[in-house]
Design a protein around this ligand. Structure first.
Ligand SMILES: N[C@@H](CCC(=O)N[C@@H](CS)C(=O)NCC(=O)O)C(=O)O
Length: 214
């Protein structure tokens, strides 16, 4: 295993950030949380932009020998650390293919569509019912897909809990933002309750300690 020392996770109380804090808790990594309050604009401070020119969290840095390594984008971080520890992402075969395929669905559809629905349901300065309905329909299509998948398999990738589940969980946790009702998706709800029981999930969802996303 490669050396990964002095791991720092730059994050806020956001779904994309908590994908990484959940994985780190699952892997029992020793890491330091560096809070970046995105509502206070801290993601645009020079020391954050130096790590991620996109000005977004999560970002992870760690020491690898004499080098300080930096990685942004939650999906890239999940793959990197799961691979490094050989956990939650099978090394090869169809189990790996399935994990990556479902991870991509979550990264490219569940997260972005839920985030847009959140904008139009709660954050937009000038509300638009048309925009909200548009994004809600997109989220509903993903929820239906996940619900169907989880009615046939215990986890998104199949038999085993993986980084696809870890990436999805924090977005399902904020289902109310989408204006959909999780009770209409019983297999997602069962999966959500199962993951909620995992101590590492609870710890990861509690970070940064005391932080709230207004
Ligand atoms: N594709 C990126 C998205 C990261 C992202 O959108 N992070 C949000 C918080 S969940 C953020 O930093 N927002 C602040 C901003 O966009 O200014 C990832 O998965 O890491």
């Amino acid at each position: 295993m490669q050396r990964m020392e002095d791991i720092q996770l730059h994050m806020w109380a956001t779904p994309n950030s908590r994908r990484v804090s959940i994985l780190f808790e699952e892997l029992e990594l020793d890491f330091e949380v560096r809070p970046v309050n995105i509502r206070a604009g801290q993601q645009f401070e020079p020391q954050v932009l130096e790590l991620n020119p996109f000005g977004k969290v999560p970002v992870v840095t760690w020491r690898d020998g004499d080098t300080r390594r930096v990685l942004f984008e939650s999906g890239a971080i999940l793959v990197r650390f799961a691979e490094c520890r050989n956990q939650f992402l099978p090394a090869d075969g169809s189990a790996r293919d399935k994990t990556l395929a479902w991870l991509m669905v979550v990264l490219t559809a569940l997260g972005p569509h839920s985030s847009q629905a959140h904008h139009w349901s709660r954050l937009a300065a000038a509300p638009s019912e048309l925009a909200l309905q548009h994004h809600k329909q997109l989220v509903k299509r993903v929820y239906r897909l996940l619900d169907d998948r989880l009615s046939n398999a215990p986890y998104l990738a199949g038999e085993h809990y993986s980084i696809a589940d870890i990436a999805a969980y924090p977005w399902i946790d904020v289902w109310e933002w989408t204006t959909l009702n999780i009770r209409d998706f019983p297999s997602i709800e069962d999966w959500y309750q199962k993951l909620r029981q995992r101590p590492a999930v609870a710890r990861g969802m509690g970070l940064p300690l005391g932080a709230v996303l207004e």
